[in-house]
Write a new protein. Sequence first.
Length: 416
Amino acid sequence: MKILHTSDWHLGRTLYGRKRYEEYEAFLDWLARAIRDNGIDVLVAAGDIFDTTAPSNRAQELYYRFLCRAASLGCRHVVVVSGNHDSPSFLDAPKELLKALEVHVTGSPSESPEDEVLVLRDGRGVPELIVCAVPHLRDRDIRTAEAGESIEDKERKLLDGIRDHYAAVAALAEEKRRELGCAIPIVATGHLFAAGGRTVEGDGVRELYVGSLGRVNAKVFPSCIDYLALGHLHVPQKVNGSETVRYSGSPLPMGFGEAKQQKSVCVAEFGGEGVSVRLVPVPVFQQLEQIRGDWDRISGRIFELASQGSRAWLEVIYEGDEILGDLRDRLEEAVGNTAMEVLRVKNTRAVDRVLAQTMEEETLDDLDEDDVFQRCIEANQVPEEQRPELFAAYREVVLSLRGCGGQPEQEGRHEN
């Protein structure tokens, strides 16, 4: 029994205005070959299939075409759960139709644990795997808000709700395993932020809750789970060093901060001696390169890349002391006869920091909504002791709007 664990595809994702459909098509072609070449029996996609709650027709086409293809490659089952970027109702809409392809979708958490516990059978009808297909658990799904709650009260109720949900689903999975009378593995999914999880600058991972609220300790998950397939964090990683509690990470770099990461998917193989896990590296389909330094360093690196025939998309961070009023013109000239393209330029030279209070050259492209709110706090001279509580209240409002289907953040500031 071999399971391939992946997550955080973010189909339809753009990067500073550039569409990435060709990259996604190349990845899904590669994933189909990986399923075939590795003899995968079950594919598990742990959330954030799409980048927005209203994916484009092209993104949907890539998704459905891949699901049909996976069914023809010897992969007996596909399990898909929603992430915080997905629309639960959109994913759920074709679920009954997709069952004909042995594609099992859980978009919305159910009041009945039975709906999230799947008994998967082989070609002869023999049970071979139990999957606790738990989707992203939104605040409103697991917690009742009450007037006058403190942040500590909210955190406790959130974690209790997550713990109770997993406990109920896992208990039913164990009960089904006992009824079947065979020691088949139990796999569970999750789309959340595990305590201690690693992120990197520029990876765009959206905080699901305010501050550390909702960061889940691994002890929340019942011990009967043989492999826990997690999504949400883009860095491939183990949770608390466990071989069997993992984030597969995103298959494509979501931003320039992830450009140097080796992306991968996880293959978990169950045998007589338990489960073994190995990583299968994902190729780079579109090179991203972040270049930072003074002009000599930047121009030298562009020349080096050009001599290699690079087709990279570039983020340039100028850190020199010299004031370059024609920085963008220089960059356009440097890449003019190459296949490279500069997607973003950021100027952080020392003199800018000295003159930062004037903000003459600062644009909204350099800020996210949190930065703007911080500027408002400073402009209105809010006392320091009042700022943490005010900022926490602001973040709650933003997150509640997102939970109600609000628009995603500006392009280039992707969130998981």
